[in-house]
Ligand binder design. Structure first.
Ligand SMILES: NC(=O)C1=CN([C@@H]2O[C@H](COP(=O)(O)OP(=O)(O)OC[C@H]3O[C@@H](n4cnc5c(N)ncnc54)[C@H](OP(=O)(O)O)[C@@H]3O)[C@@H](O)[C@H]2O)C=CC1
Ligand SMILES: CC(C)(CO)C(=O)C(=O)O
Length: 311
């Protein structure tokens, strides 16, 4: 059997640890770059509590910022939060070889270009995770449910690297959908994340049930989704209006759930406000589209950040 590709996860938090474990299960060498969890992971490896069974693993190498690799990975999978002031291109520089494929498993819109600009000759695979995963302690991750990945080459297409990666994730037990138009898929995911994630923060870390069941909550979500749809259509990514009903119905079917931004807020960590919401409002401005609901939520979050000294 031919050798499996090598993987390096940069930012082995909830998502990075979980999908790293899946690739380990598929037979890949999986190394990690970590920050605050370095000592714990170096000593005990990564423990994953999951309905899929025991996925715990010891990474092949555990690096921290500034370390140099023995060899460059075939795939570098970036799973850090997308935050202003965090230079993701500089962060991965020591590990990006000439033939390394860069994979992003991160939320948000318009998050790829700065990496394409920094690494124009490395193929970039942009990836959306539909998973409920959280870090419960250093090196300990709880996978609550789901796990499907949707990905494709950025800005479009499906190449051999996508096919190889999809086969590995499937071998590890994950449902994968490949897409020719990954930016369109980012818009479809933002249809949910852009209203739900920021509003859960304004509502003090509220879960999905509270957001849709509170009097006026569902209408507010629908109004925000309509604005996201209008901006997406102006940007060349029209969506079927029925997706709004589908999003509300599937949210109602889920048990009460706190999204990743609600968890960041509740744990005092910075939130991906600009990647998930600010980017949509910026694109709306470029197209001259009024998005009063989205803008109100964005400005309210900025006020809150200003009060907390985070701006
Ligand atoms: N969790 C979920 O269920 C879902 C998350 N997502 C998206 O996935 C992405 C990752 O989220 P998630 O895994 O939840 O986030 P986490 O905060 O759990 O993980 C991010 C990890 O990156 C690490 N990190 C940050 N900066 C560096 C650095 N300079 N060097 C090394 N490591 C670094 C953090 O370390 P430290 O502890 O030191 O900060 C942390 O371990 C986000 O874009 C999120 O929106 C998408 C769908 C679902
Ligand atoms: C879709 C969802 C809610 C989890 O898969 C997510 O993207 C998040 O938690 O930010």
């Amino acid at each position: 059997m031919s050798k499996k590709p090598s993987m390096l996860i940069v930012g082995a938090g909830a998502i990075g640890s979980f999908y790293g474990a899946i690739l380990k299960k598929a037979g890949c060498a999986v190394s990690v770059v970590v920050r605050s969890d370095y000592e714990a992971i170096k000593e005990h490896g990564i423990r994953i509590e999951s309905p899929l069974g025991d996925l715990s693993f010891a990474p092949d190498h555990v690096y921290r910022s500034g370390d140099m690799p023995e060899t460059y990975p075939d795939f570098l999978i970036l799973c850090v939060k997308v935050l202003p002031g965090v230079d993701r291109a500089a962060m991965i520089a020591p590990w990006m070889g000439e033939n390394t494929r860069l994979v992003l498993i991160e939320n948000g819109l318009d998050i790829e270009q700065e990496l394409v600009d920094a690494y124009p000759y490395n193929p970039l695979i942009s990836c959306l995770a539909f998973a409920a995963v959280s870090r419960v302690d250093s090196g300990i991750v709880e996978h609550k449910a789901f796990g499907k990945l949707v990905f494709g080459r950025y800005p479009q297409g499906i190449d051999g690297g996508c096919q190889i990666l999809a086969a590995l994730f499937r071998d590890g037990g994950i449902n994968v959908e490949l897409t020719e138009r990954v930016v369109g898929e980012r818009w479809r995911k933002c249809l949910w994340n852009t209203p739900f994630n920021p509003l859960s923060v304004i509502a003090n870390g509220a879960d999905t049930r509270t957001l849709v069941d509170t009097d006026g909550g569902e209408e507010l979500m629908r109004a925000m989704m309509r604005e996201v749809m209008e901006v997406a259509a102006a940007d060349g990514y029209p969506m079927d209006e029925s997706l709004i009903d589908k999003n509300i119905a599937s949210t109602r079917k889920m048990p009460a759930y706190k999204n990743s931004m609600a968890l960041d807020y509740l744990n005092g960590r910075p939130i991906e406000r600009d990647a998930v919401l600010g980017s949509v409002v910026a694109i709306a401005k470029r197209h001259g589209i009024a998005v009063p609901h989205l803008n109100t939520v964005l400005v309210t979050l900025k006020m809150r950040a200003a009060l907390e000294g985070r701006a």
